[in-house]
Design a protein around this ligand. Structure first.
Ligand SMILES: [Zn+2]
Length: 323
C-alpha cells in the first residue's frame, strides 16, 4: 500500500509539468500542497488511490502529449480534484465522528531512498546484526505509530484508523494474537503492516540462543502463514534483548529491531526525552489493550495520540516506507 507521488516517474513530457504543477487546483489539493499544522477541520492532499500516476493511468497517457489529448487531460484533472475533495471530506467527517480536535496531518511523500539506519548509541551492534533503533533519521515532521501484543481486538479501532487513513504497524505476540488472526488479517487488509513480537512474550536475555531463536523464528513462520507476508522487523518484549537476540532474529529474516522513543497510554504519553516533545522520525509505542488492562480504551488512547501528534505539527507516516 505504498503511495509514491513523483512528477518525474513517467518521463519529462510537457504534460507532466502541467500535471505536477497542479494548475487549476486549489493549493490545499495539490499533491504535497500547502498545509498548516493543526488547522482545524480542513483538508490535506494525497488521499488513497490518487496521485499523478493514477491520473496519467486514467488518461491512458504514455509518451509525448498529442493534440487530441488535451480534453482528456482536463477531464482527468477535474476527476482527480473531485476524488481528492471527496477523500478529504471523508477524513474531515471521520475526525469529527471520532472526536478529534484536529484533522490529522497527511504525511509527506515517503523518501525515494530509505535512510541508512544506524544502531542507537548505547545499544548492541555488530556486523550482520540488525540495527536497533528508537527513531528513523529524517528531517521531516513525521512520527511512526506501532501497536504491540494483540490481546484487545477492538473492531472500532480498525475502522477509526482506516477512516482517518492513519498508517501503523502491529507487532504481534502469538500467545495473545492467536485466538483471532482474522482480526489482524483485516487490519492488514486495511493497511497495517504486521511485524514480529515473539511467540510467548518472554524476556529474551533469560533464554538460551536456541530458545530465543524458537521464540522469534516460529513467530516469523506463523505470521507468514497467517498474514501472507514474512515480517522484516522484530521488537523484543519489554525492549529487552542481548546479542543472541539479534543473531537469532537475523537468522530468520529480520532486518531491523525497532524499539521506541515514546509510549502512549489512554491518560498520558511517556516521552523518552526531557523536552517532552516528539522529534522527527520518532517511533511511538502503544498496545492492543482493553479496559481490563488499562484505565481506558484504545479509541481514547488513539484520540490522545492523534491530537497530540497533530498539535505538535507532526504527521504519522508509515514505518515500512522509511525502514
Ligand atoms: Zn509486548
Amino acid at each position: 500500500m505504498r503511495r509514491v507521488r513523483r512528477c518525474t516517474a513517467l518521463g519529462g513530457a510537457t504534460m507532466l509539468a502541467l500535471v505536477c504543477s497542479g494548475a487549476g487546483l486549489p493549493p490545499h489539493l495539490l499533491p504535497g500542497g500547502a498545509r498548516s499544522p493543526g488547522t482545524p477541520v480542513t483538508a490535506d492532499a494525497n488521499p488513497p488511490g490518487t496521485g499523478d500516476s493514477a491520473l496519467l493511468a486514467s488518461v491512458g497517457f504514455l509518451g509525448a502529449p498529442r493534440h487530441g489529448q488535451a480534453r482528456a487531460v482536463a477531464e482527468a484533472r477535474a476527476a482527480y480534484a473531485e476524488r481528492l475533495e471527496k477523500a478529504e471530506a471523508r477524513r474531515v467527517a471521520a475526525a469529527k465522528r471520532w472526536g478529534l480536535r484536529r484533522v490529522p496531518l497527511r504525511a509527506p511523500a515517503p523518501p525515494e531512498k530509505k535512510p541508512k539506519l544506524t544502531t542507537e548509541p548505547g545499544h548492541i551492534s555488530g556486523a550482520g546484526l540488525p540495527p536497533v533503533i528508537v527513531s528513523v533519521p529524517t528531517d521531516k515532521k513525521v512520527v511512526f505509530l506501532t501497536i504491540d501484543d494483540g490481546s484487545e481486538k477492538d473492531p472500532r479501532m480498525l475502522e477509526m484508523l482506516r477512516e482517518l487513513d492513519v498508517p501503523y504497524s502491529s507487532f504481534l505476540a502469538d500467545y495473545v494474537a492467536r485466538d483471532d488472526y482474522g482480526y489482524f488479517r483485516k487490519a492488514h487488509r486495511y493497511g497495517s503492516a504486521i511485524q514480529n513480537h515473539s511467540v510467548n512474550h518472554r524476556e529474551m536475555p533469560k533464554l538460551t540462543y536456541a530458545q530465543q531463536r524458537t521464540e522469534i523464528c516460529r513467530q516469523q513462520d506463523t505470521l507468514e502463514k497467517e498474514i501472507g507476508e514474512r515480517p522484516e522487523m522484530f521488537r523484543p518484549p519489554y525492549g529487552a534483548y542481548d546479542r543472541d537476540t539479534l543473531r537469532a532474529a537475523a537468522s530468520c529474516g529480520v532486518r531491523v529491531v525497532p524499539l521506541w522513543a515514546e509510549e502512549a497510554f489512554p491518560d498520558r504519553i511517556a516521552y523518552g526525552r526531557a523536552d517532552r516533545k516528539f522529534h522527527p522520525g520518532d517511533i511511538i509505542l502503544t498496545h492492543f489493550r482493553g479496559k481490563e488492562e488499562w484505565d481506558g480504551d484504545m479509541i481514547g488512547m488513539l484520540r490522545r495520540v492523534l491530537n497530540t501528534v497533530t498539535e505538535q505539527g507532526f504527521a504519522i507516516a508509515r514505518l515500512e516506507d522509511y525502514v
